[in-house]
Write a protein that binds this ligand. Structure first.
Ligand SMILES: Nc1nc2c(ncn2[C@@H]2O[C@H](COP(=O)(O)OP(=O)(O)O)[C@@H](O)[C@H]2O)c(=O)[nH]1
Ligand SMILES: [Mg+2]
Length: 143
C-alpha cells in the first residue's frame, strides 16, 4: 500500500481541513468505519487520541504512513496527549499547530504541548483561512 500522511488530533482541531488541503481534494479514496484514506492522507477520528486505550489503533494505522502529523489547536487549551506520546511511533513525527489565526495570546502554548508530547522542532504553524504554513508543510512532507 502507498505510504500516506497520518493525521492525529482531538475532535475539532482541524484534521479533516488539513487533510483536504494536503490532498488537494475533499473526495476520499476510501472510507472505513472510522478512518478516511485520501490520496495522500489518513484522517483519524478524534476519539483515537481522546481515549488512551484507543492509542493502539493509531499505532496500527501508522504502519501505512510515511509521516505522522500530531496537531495542536492554538484556539483551545485542551491537552489530550500523554507525555512522550510521540515516541510510540517508529515513523517521523511532525508537530503542527493549527488555527494560528485565532487566540494569538496562545502563541507559545502549542509549542509547549508539542515538546511535552516528545516531538522535536521544526514545528509548523498553519492557518487554513489565512493560507499560512501549508506550502511550507507540503514541501517538508512531499519534497
Ligand atoms: N479559524 C480557523 N478555523 C479552522 C482552521 N482549520 C480548521 N478550522 C475549523 O475548525 C473546525 C473543525 O475542523 P475539522 O477539520 O473538521 O476538525 P477535525 O475534527 O479535527 O477533523 C471547522 O469548523 C473548520 O472550518 C484554521 O486554520 N483556522
Ligand atoms: Mg474530521
Amino acid at each position: 500500500m502507498k505510504k500516506r500522511i497520518l493525521l492525529i488530533g482531538p475532535t475539532g482541531c482541524g484534521k479533516t481541513t488539513l487533510a483536504h488541503a494536503l490532498d488537494g481534494t475533499d473526495r476520499p479514496l476510501r472510507r472505513t468505519q472510522d478512518i478516511i484514506y485520501g490520496p495522500k492522507t489518513i484522517d483519524t477520528p478524534g476519539a483515537y487520541v481522546e481515549n488512551t486505550w484507543m492509542y493502539s489503533h493509531l499505532i496500527a494505522t501508522a504502519q501505512n504512513a510515511s509521516h505522522i502529523l500530531i496537531l495542536v489547536d492554538q484556539s483551545r487549551h485542551l491537552e489530550v496527549y500523554s507525555p512522550g506520546f510521540a515516541s510510540s511511533f517508529t515513523k517521523p513525527v511532525v508537530g503542527v499547530i493549527t488555527k494560528t489565526d485565532l487566540a494569538l495570546e496562545n502563541e507559545n502554548y502549542g509549542v509547549q504541548v508539542l515538546k511535552r508530547t516528545g516531538i522535536t522542532e521544526p514545528f509548523f504553524r498553519i492557518s487554513l483561512p489565512v493560507g499560512r504554513g501549508i506550502g511550507e508543510l507540503k514541501r517538508y512532507l512531499f519534497g
